[in-house]
Ligand binder design. Structure first.
Ligand code: ATP
Ligand code: MN
Length: 292
């Protein structure tokens, strides 16, 4: 069969897109994303916000308000690391009318087993999850992490307004894909505290420190959780407030290691604010304040 040049180019492009999608997601993950689109939970995946060791996070919008692409091939994916950067910065071009459409962040956990080895210590001793945790089944393990993150976020979101902690609201959870509220606007994610801090005035940093002290205590006393990986990397700065994210490894306060994890969290937050000259509480005092 003879193809015209244009047809050939289009065919090559289609093949490239397909190759890219399969490189990023396995078939199973593509199916889950397609279902989320077909069920009008999300409208697609517009841009990659973050590629981490354990998960990739994409920007999306509410599926009810947009024309739907029923086909998984419509999910546009970046081709490589360079493209991820440009794709990310151009993601504001996604067809969003932020006055009517809610923006979502879609966290897709990676299904490869290696990344999750050192996470066992967070699950062992967790009555909520220990039973379902199957070390030999990576798919199940990853789903459990996603489940843990969704449940922890929901628990925090349900706290009464007087005890509220700023976290993303959970929209949906399907297998190892978590759809949550997007912290940011028009496709631009809020910066991590680490990146925002150098540009903030001292008084704002002092306020943020005390807000985080309060948040850690609320998390412990009312949420009955210890974050377990709290640092300037897992706090987003949005609307002048700290938003706590990435709670998949958070443990119940009666977990045998919870004190160790809490001390780590306190250490990270304290050293970060000390670096910026904020007058901080002694670590031991802060620990007593949180747990008292
Ligand atoms: P990493 O290994 O990079 O820490 P991770 O697997 O721990 O990734 P998260 O920390 O939950 O995943 O998310 C990674 C990044 O994605 C965050 O640092 C943040 O920039 C962005 N992100 C995550 N959730 C949201 C959200 N709800 N709204 C906006 N941005 C988000
Ligand atoms: Mn993180």
């Amino acid at each position: 069969m003879v193809h015209s040049g244009k047809k050939l180019r289009r065919k090559k492009k289609d093949n490239d897109d397909r190759a890219t999608i399969s490189q990023v997601f396995d078939t199973y993950t593509r199916l889950i994303v397609a279902r989320l689109i077909n069920n009008r939970v999300i409208s697609g995946l517009f841009g990659c916000i973050s590629t981490g060791k354990e998960a990739n996070v994409y920007h999306s919008t509410d599926g009810k308000h947009k024309p739907l692409s029923a086909d998984v091939e419509a999910i546009k994916m970046p081709k490589n690391k360079e493209n991820i950067a440009s794709f990310s910065s151009s993601s504001s071009k996604a067809p969003i009318d932020s006055s009517t459409v809610s923006e979502y962040a879609v966290k897709v956990y990676k299904t490869s087993i290696m990344q999750f080895r050192d996470r066992e210590r967070y699950v062992e001793g967790e009555q909520r999850f220990e039973k379902g945790y199957k070390k030999h089944n990576s798919k199940k393990m990853v789903q459990l992490w996603c489940e843990k993150e969704a449940r922890n976020l929901m628990r925090l979101y349900k706290l009464p307004p007087s005890l509220s902690i700023n976290t993303p609201r959970v929209i949906a959870k399907k297998e190892h894909v978590l759809v949550m509220e997007f912290i940011g606007k028009d496709g631009i994610a809020a910066p991590k505290l680490k990146d925002a801090a150098p540009f903030l005035p001292h008084t704002r940093l002092v306020k943020l420190y005390w807000e985080l002290v309060r948040a850690m205590r609320t998390l412990y006393v009312h949420g009955r959780l210890v974050h377990g990986d709290l640092s300037e990397y897992n706090i987003l700065y949005y609307k002048k407030k700290p938003f706590i994210i990435d709670v998949s490894q958070s443990v119940e306060k009666d977990h045998p290691m919870s004190d160790v994890f809490l001390r780590m969290d306190i250490h990270n937050v304290t050293s970060f604010f000390m670096k910026y000259g904020v007058c901080v509480m002694k670590r031991k005092r802060l620990f007593d304040f949180i747990t008292a």
